[in-house]
Design a protein around this ligand. Structure first.
Ligand code: AMP
Length: 543
């Protein structure tokens, strides 16, 4: 017997209707090229999204067609998100930090019909536009007076397109399984792969991220998403904030700029923020130098890469709780959150210090398991390392226009490519990417734990660990360090610092210094580049 409940599709359009009615007066503040502090309300945002829907309709697009964006976090990008998804098109967000040839591949693979871009990215696009023959128009997201020069007939100005349009538009009824957005992962090998989100997956992920032990967003919050809207929909914040009625503060192209972030936090009363560890390193460095405070900020969500304990402890001194989270593009992205900081009274200081650095427990909706090389499930005992697999309604079942993928080899599960341990009560520790594990004498060393410990040294700005060949042990860890400004630590000093913080046999055999850490387009340390740089490296005793 079925229940007798209404079968209302879970669509992004329902977010628009709710936010417009209930939170219409709440503000969205943005930094853009043409306005250092643009400010309007959710009601105005969705009215403009309907104006844009009229533009898109006039172009004669078909349902499911892709509209691409190459843009920072700001209100025009948000309008494009909602306008395309609620019209039945797919908003394809592109990471502008990718190599031009990767962008060409992605635009052509996705068969994007129009591309919306910030003026900042016009020089990049101008050089590759001819290699994307299916694109019918390039819309620069600015006003007429800020338009870059171009002779191309297919270049348009966003505000010129908008101004003649009415804000009356009837959003179509959509099936909840219909695709709403597309994001390509930038794998280190092979071509990028497209993750195609649905209205349903997005709405369910939104519900989950709002939960108190997940991101805990409410109508009293002022949210500053420093995670880019071109990377996994800014971790779902552009959907969660209008649902909750939180004020949204969007940093535009000032994403990694410590002074601007501190100013935004203080002037807009930001209570909550989310970003990758690098962003926080920039903000903390600025606060240290300037003596500025960030008193309104109560908590931050950190993910995308492992968050070092030193970062969490420094945020403690500002009264900010650091919530560690783990996820992936393929997971919309949220998979786990470490909510221990929200319940400190439950733990002794020692217990808390130990447990806060792991990535926490799966949020409701995400099931996990760890398996060994023979695909046998491993116990949740906090010791067994295994390949981490996940399943759930916001986890990708296939890649866009790709028939086979290793990640979906086990039916019903997605293989994350991460290696993890899980404690008896479900706390997950990510020890490595499968490709990055270091095996010394047959035993695994967690490069992430060694890196986190090394980053805590005050003379270290960034640290990475890679395995290098060793005659006796097969592989041993090599620590690669970017020194903090004006500092010159010795290898012995760094190794001595690690003693007692990690297992003795995990201490790297040597330390090498570099001026700049190579990063991927999504801000992760690029270990493939480090392995290339140190391809001929031999440990001192072996030379
Ligand atoms: P992406 O799809 O680009 O967001 O990358 C996802 C990958 O980032 C995951 O599979 C992990 O390897 C890594 N990652 C994300 N969050 C964390 C975290 N909190 N700690 C360690 N690695 C993480």
């Amino acid at each position: 017997m079925n229940g007798l409940m209404m079968d209302i599709p879970l669509t992004i359009t329902s977010i628009v209707r709710h936010a417009e009615r209930v939170h219409g007066h709440k503000e969205i503040v943005s930094i853009t090229r043409d306005n250092p502090r643009h400010r309007y309300t959710y009601r105005e945002c969705f009215a403009r999204a309907r104006q844009l829907a009229n533009v898109l309709q006039a172009w004669g697009l078909d349902r499911g067609d892709r509209i691409a964006t190459l843009a920072w976090n700001d209100y025009r990008h948000l309008e494009t998100y909602y306008s395309s998804a609620c019209s039945g098109y797919v908003c394809h967000t592109i990471n502008p930090r990718l190599f031009p040839e990767q962008i060409v591949y992605i635009v052509n693979h996705a068969e994007d019909r129009y591309v919306f871009l910030d003026p900042d990215f016009w020089p990049l696009i101008e050089g590759i536009a001819d290699q994307c023959p299916a694109v019918e128009g390039w819309v620069i997201m600015t006003t007429r007076e800020h338009m870059p020069e171009s002779d191309r007939a297919d270049v348009m100005c966003y505000e010129d397109l908008m101004s003649p349009q009415s804000d009356v538009f009837e959003w179509p009824d959509l099936d909840e399984q219909v695709a709403c957005s597309l994001c390509y992962t930038s794998g280190t090998t092979g071509n990028p792969k497209g993750v195609l989100y649905s209205h349903r997956s997005t709405v369910l992920h939104t519900y989950a991220t709002l939960m108190p032990d997940a991101m805990n967003i409410s109508s009293g919050d002022v949210m500053l998403p420093i995670v880019p809207m071109f990377h996994v929909n800014a971790w779902g914040n552009p959907y969660a904030c209008p649902v909750a009625g939180a004020k949204l503060v969007m940093p535009g192209n000032k994403m990694g700029d410590g002074p601007t972030l501190a100013t935004l936090i203080n002037e807009e009363g930001v209570t909550l923020s989310a970003g990758v560890p690098t962003v926080w390193l920039n903000l903390l460095a600025h606060l240290r130098e300037s003596g500025e405070r960030i008193d309104t900020l109560t908590r931050i969500v950190v993910g995308g890469s492992a968050c070092p304990l030193s970062v969490m402890e420094e945020f403690d001194t500002y009264g900010v709780d650091t919530r560690h989270a783990w996820g992936m593009t393929e997971m919309s992205p949220l998979g786990t959150t470490n909510h221990a900081g929200g319940h400190r009274a439950l733990y002794s200081p020692e217990q808390f210090a130990e447990m806060r650095t792991n990535v926490g427990t799966p949020i409701w909706g995400v099931e996990i398991k760890i398996t060994d090389d023979d695909n046998q499930e491993l116990p949740w005992d906090g010791k067994a390392f295994g390949a981490l697999k996940v399943r759930g309604p916001w986890i990708c079942s296939d890649y866009f226009k790709l028939d086979v993928s290793d990640a979906h080899a086990e039916p019903g599960w997605f293989e994350t490519g991460d290696v993890a341990t899980v404690s008896p009560d479900g706390f997950v520790s990510i020890t490595d990417r499968t490709k990055d594990v270091i095996k010394s004498g047959g035993e695994w060393i967690s490069s992430i734990e060694v890196e986190n410990a090394a980053t805590g040294h005050p003379k270290v700005s960034e640290a990475a660990v890679i395995g290098r060949i060793h005659e006796k042990w097969g592989e041993r860890p090599l620590l690669i360090v970017v020194r903090a400004p004006g500092e010159d630590p010795s290898p012995e000093e760094l190794k001595a610092y690690l003693d007692g913080k990690i297992a003795k046999w995990w201490i790297p055999d040597d330390v090498q210094f570099i001026d700049e850490m190579p990063h991927t387009a999504t801000g992760k340390i690029q270990k493939t580049a480090l392995r290339e740089t140190f391809a001929d490296y031999c440990f001192p005793a072996q030379q």
